[in-house]
Design a protein around this ligand. Structure first.
Ligand code: PA5
Length: 490
């Protein structure tokens, strides 16, 4: 049982829907709510209006993530993607090609997680060890700001200094380092403290030139700290548009700045998202992947207590996609109060897992632990590179038995066996299949997940676009930091 789109992307819900699982009667019981949620999505697409959504400052705020896949002049007026903004990103790629040696992307949460997904999937683990020719003249890429960890920050600084030393020795020139600082609010402690430490250290190094690019709220009337710095110092800037919350920014210049740095096909990525958006406009729930995904998981959680979602893609470089999804689900739906101010403490708990790796650690729990989970698999149909497992030890029967099978076939057999074992013990799962791991299908998947949480926000009547809970620790942390300063006599 699967919903398959023309592109070949599919959502297999066989192990989540039917007798002994979420039933047709369950879906029917939510018919009116689903209709309302679908209507709300139409209104959101047209006007950006989402009932009861308020910004951090308590003012009504529009929601524009569903406009991001569309590259139009009109969207450009809202700092969303336009022909001019996309051209600027292409120009950015060409400006840094053969000109910048290393880029550090600094950001956290929504200003990091999507960027890391793009890098991991399209560059892989060894990009930074490749020669400039192998990288087509594009820079090495590092991430920082996603923690306040002195050890790793120090390691990156030392590594950049070593790169500069090496370039000086072998090419007798200064290294060109670019720091891309990404912060919508423009003052996030994690990002900005790393940036200040790193910039200060790198400026002392005579073997490098350091350029800063700022990605922040473009508002010129009420400038963020980062915007103010960029204006004062003449740094190039990209925009985090109004109405696009952190966890939805992979499709705007936050994610697209990394896409440009690594030379990704941006239009193809947005086209995948756009085609998924169109599929999600279907009024028939069985043909609308976001509405169906949201409904099945919402009901599984509310009626059957399956309120943990294990996001388990099969493939190493997809782990960061799980991490991106964790933020999307947790920040969007983990809410104490609903849109009417009633205490509901809603939210499904997301978990990161990767197949086959976590079959050797978490699967015991998924298979026999509390009946409170859904395992959401992600599968890639056709891998760009594959190997046939060779028969190099014919004398070892067990090893000879697996020979002749490709690695991707073995990977899929492992996933399928996991799904079969889980359902044989009443454990539910679902699977998204990407025909290939390319920009288009990744765009489809990320957009589907974003649209699904928007639907689930409506079904559960919580604001999927705010995150008031993260302000609580910030209110405590600010004064505590000042206490530390005082105790040091500063
Ligand atoms: O989803 C969110 O809004 C958050 O996770 C933010 O992305 C994160 O806190 C970083 O914020 P900023 O981009 O303002 O530095």
């Amino acid at each position: 049982m699967a919903l398959t789109l023309k592109s070949g992307f599919s959502f297999d819900y066989e192990n989540l829907f039917g007798e002994g699982k979420v039933t047709q009667a369950d879906l029917d019981a939510y018919k009116e709510d689903l209709k309302k949620a679908h209507e709300a999505m139409k209104v959101m697409r047209e006007s950006g209006f989402i009932k009861a959504h308020l910004s951090k400052d308590g003012a009504p705020e529009k929601v524009y993530f569903s406009k991001l896949p569309y590259i139009t002049e009109e969207n450009g007026k809202l700092n969303l993607n336009s022909p001019a903004s996309i051209k600027r990103l292409h120009d950015f790629t060409e400006r840094i090609r053969n000109n910048v040696d290393a880029v550090v992307s600094l950001g956290i949460g929504g200003s990091f997680l999507g960027n890391k997904v793009l890098f991991d999937i399209f560059c892989g683990e060894f990009w930074n060890t490749w020669s400039p020719e192998q990288r087509k003249g594009l820079p090495k890429v590092y991430f920082s700001g996603q923690n306040i960890d002195p050890r790793r920050t120090g390691d990156i600084i030392n590594h950049l200094k070593a790169i500069a030393q090496n370039i000086k020795t072998h090419e007798n020139r200064k290294a060109k380092i670019m720091l891309i600082v990404i912060s919508k609010s423009g003052g996030t402690l994690d990002t900005m403290s790393n940036f200040m430490v790193m910039y200060d250290e790198l400026l002392k190094d005579n073997d490098m030139e350091v350029e800063i690019v700022a990605v922040t709220d473009p508002n010129m009337e009420k400038k963020t700290l980062l915007k103010q710095l960029a204006v004062d110092k003449g740094w190039e800037t990209f925009a985090v548009p109004d109405g696009v919350g952190g966890r939805f920014t992979v499709f705007c210049e936050v994610g697209l700045s990394t896409a440009a740095v690594i030379g990704m096909d941006i239009e193809k990525f947005l086209q995948g998202a756009q085609d998924m958006d169109k599929a999600c406009q279907n009024d028939d729930i069985m043909q609308n992947p976001a509405m169906l995904n949201a409904a099945l998981k919402f009901i599984a959680s509310e009626k059957y207590g399956r309120d943990i979602e294990v996001m388990m893609p099969y493939g190493d470089y997809l782990k960061s996609l799980s991490e991106w999804y964790i933020q999307l689900l947790a920040e969007s739906l983990g809410k104490q109060f609903d849109k009417d101010g009633k205490e509901v403490c809603y939210g499904r708990t997301p978990l990161v897992a990767v197949g086959t790796t976590d079959m050797h650690s978490q699967t015991q729990q998924h298979q026999e632990g509390k009946l409170n989970k859904i395992v959401q698999f992600i599968k890639v149909d056709k891998w760009a590179k594959d190997y046939v497992i060779p028969n190099i030890f014919p004398e070892m029967q067990k090893l000879a038995d697996v020979s002749g099978v490709t690695m991707s076939e073995a990977l899929e057999v492992a996933r399928q066996s996991n799904a079969d074992a889980l359902i044989s013990n009443g454990r539910w799962s679902a699977c998204f299949t990407l025909p290939e791991l390319d920009e288009y299908h990744l765009g489809e998947l990320l957009y589907l997940l974003a649209m699904s949480v928007a639907y689930e926000g409506e079904l559960s009547n919580v604001d999927a676009f705010n995150q008031p809970g993260v302000e609580s620790y910030k209110r405590i942390m600010g004064p505590k930091l000042q206490d530390v300063k005082k105790s040091k006599g500063l």
